[in-house]
Design a protein. Structure first.
Length: 409
């Protein structure tokens, strides 16, 4: 196995602190999981992960020390705690517990005392991750603190859906307040082009138990994307000081205009960085954060779209010139080591191959322009010359899924 033995002394990690990745959402194509495995595994850290088995391409990585059986859902906290205790005992010593989705981050914060005997992690107020991840609670917090975000409505009747469409305009953005509670295959954020589509989504929300599922449904004004989307990722210590952070430009998203980064660039934006740091401090979140913004040319302001209290799937975009990234910053800080100052690599590009090629295939008139970044990417989500099996497994599964979709049609 190859280790990054040439890393500068200030960025070398403590191999005596193993890592366990916690993901509660069944998603074998979650490239952020593979990114953490590779980043920390290359640095010589034993990386364990709770995975869906060999069906997950990340399980093929040479940098995965050990995969562990899939865990009970966070909605069954006693069962999940028991599962994590067993895994912790198998690891054989305190391990750094790293959530890669919102439900995992919420669970760790709310059950920190029970997890502490086996794991280390950034400690914070137990209710903060839920307050920022829940989109309805986040909107209320933004209003309280004067944080700019798109105007939104939470309709309670069909008439209020009509009023929201009239006030906010079409197309709308529709969001489920608690996306981690969605059924498999459902999208957390959707562009709603017509009033009829808004009513269909509202009907689906009305049929749910709003306290037990992903509701309520939030309808939000769609800010034009001509100026592009932005995001900020960073790590905050106990005093809410930002030890490492970067601003990124989102060039393509999946799904378009309403999803995660498919092609992104590390771009300097001091104004947005100051705003993001201010928001994190106002809302009191510690550890890793991933915030999404959209710039509104009409009012000249950056609007906060989402706040994720955990590592972002595209975190490897922010790999500085010394090889430091957010996963390594987390490990350095939680192992008691000093975090050196960042050496930004502005202009660095990251590309998620499977979603990028889906978009290019679906937009044939844009192929010459959209395929250009494929040759220029500094980092791929799946392909790595020193770790090919996950890329090959992802390709096979993508082809099989495409064939299955064609058959069902």
């Amino acid at each position: 196995m190859f280790f990054d033995t040439q890393a500068p002394p200030g960025t070398r990690l403590d191999a005596g602190l193993p890592v366990l990745l916690l993901r509660t959402d069944r998603n074998v194509f979650h490239h952020g999981t593979l990114g953490v495995i590779r980043s920390l595994g290359r640095a010589g850290v034993p990386v364990h992960a709770i995975l869906e088995g060999r069906a997950n391409p990340a399980s093929r990585s040479r940098y995965l020390y050990r995969g562990h059986p899939w865990a009970p859902p966070a909605e069954r906290p006693a069962a999940l705690l028991s599962h994590l205790r067993v895994v912790g005992e198998r690891i054989g010593g305190p391990a750094l517990l790293v959530p890669v989705d919102d439900a995992g981050a919420i669970f760790i914060a709310e059950h920190a005392d029970a997890l502490a005997p086996h794991f280390v992690f950034p400690h914070q107020d137990p209710d903060v991750p839920r307050r920022v991840a829940d989109k309805a609670l986040l909107a209320a917090a933004c209003e309280r603190h004067g944080i700019t975000c798109p105007p939104s409505r939470t309709p309670a009747s069909a008439r209020e859906v009509d009023e929201a469409a009239a006030d906010l305009g079409l197309p709308l953005i529709a969001k489920w307040a608690r996306p981690w509670r969605l059924a498999p295959g459902m999208r957390s954020t959707t562009v709603v082009p017509t009033l009829g589509a808004a009513h269909r989504l509202f009907g689906a929300a009305r049929d749910r138990d709003p306290d037990g599922d992903a509701g309520p449904l939030i309808l939000q004004r769609r800010i034009p994307t001509a100026t592009g989307d932005w995001f900020f990722q960073g790590y905050f210590d106990e005093s809410l000081g930002c030890l490492f952070g970067g601003t990124g430009r989102k060039h393509l998203a999946h799904p378009p205009q309403a999803g995660h980064t498919v092609a992104g660039e590390w771009a300097p934006n001091p104004e947005l960085r100051r705003l993001a740091v201010r928001i994190v401090r106002l809302l009191g979140c510690r550890g890793l954060v991933d915030l999404d913004f959209r710039y509104d040319a009409g009012d000249g302001a950056y609007h906060l779209l989402d706040f994720n209290p955990r590592i972002g799937a595209q975190f490897r975009l922010f790999t500085d010139r010394a090889g430091l990234d957010l996963a390594r910053v987390l490990h350095l800080h939680q192992s008691g080591r000093r975090v050196p100052g960042a050496r930004p690599a502005f202009g660095r590009n990251l590309l998620v191959e499977n979603h990028y090629l889906q978009q290019a295939a679906g937009r044939p008139l844009l192929r010459p322009r959209t395929l250009r970044p494929l040759r220029e990417a500094d980092e791929f989500a799946w392909y790595a010359g020193d770790d090919l099996p996950p890329f090959l497994a992802m390709g096979r599964q993508s082809v099989l899924r495409a064939v299955e979709r064609l058959r069902t049609r």
